[in-house]
Write a protein that binds this ligand. Sequence first.
Ligand code: CO
Ligand code: CO
Length: 327
Amino acid sequence: MQEVLSQLPQITDPDVLVGISTGDDAAVYRLSDDLALIQTIDFFTPVVDDPFQYGEIAVANSLSDVYAMGGKPLFALNVIGFHLKELSHDILVMIMRGGASKAAEAGIQIIGGHTVDDREPKYGLTVTGVIRPEDIKRNSTARPGDVLFLTKPLGTGIISTAIKRGVATDAAIDRAVQVMSRLNRDAAGPMMKVGASACTDVTGFGLLGHLGEMTRGSGVGARIHARAVPVIQAARDLVEADPKIAPGGSRNNLRHVGAFVNFDPGIPESERLLLADAQTSGGLLISCPADRADELERLLQEAGTLVAARIGVIEAEDDTGRIDVVP
Ligand code: CO
Ligand code: CO
């Protein structure tokens, strides 16, 4: 994507506070010295069979980029691809109801949108929010010595593929839906309160891909303790039984991160695939100053995030953004 974007005109507007240069989660545009607009768009094809749950997940995912940057969402618009001649009207209503319900949980409303005729359904939102310019959390400002936290377990990509192949158990589906539909708002509050150095959400590039954007953007290295990384047990069982269950996107991620990730030889392929697994609506990856790490852990637990896992540390400055994964 960066290669494509590099062929477009440079962004020169001085009020653009966050643009495309560091692959950050959302765009931020200054309205005045103490107020900026935060804007994001996200949509995808169904990841579960239940249309209401699909709507909930798509909206939780779309809101996530605003939370990852420390913003407060104000309202949203639907982005829909749907083929009414083939799929029933009721299905579309259920998707949008699921979306509206998750938006209500986040304290916002969906006040418009756009639909195109599309044989493969797609759903998501554009989300508009606000942020004070000094509060913006970027993915490119991690500092040596920071402790890395993750707030949701990995493995939703693997379970989504298992659902498509009809081999996911009901328990696995329920757990994946719970993880994907959880709002990252509850993690964002503590992340802001402790003054995190950097933050991003874990989505399509997987944990290692998004961490790689963070380390390269920040000019630092990182060390990840594989055993400390939370994983949905059903996803681990699936990929240990058959590594081919990992989606193509996760395999591509693993290939791609090979340029800057150094795996300890003791880490098996199944574990590598989980660390690179393309997530839908994953948790926040937070780079927290070491002297605030205990407080962040306590605040995340109080907020009831699915996990509040210390998965590693940011290491010394490093131009290549090198990541060491140890057992
Ligand atoms: Co993001
Ligand atoms: Co996004």
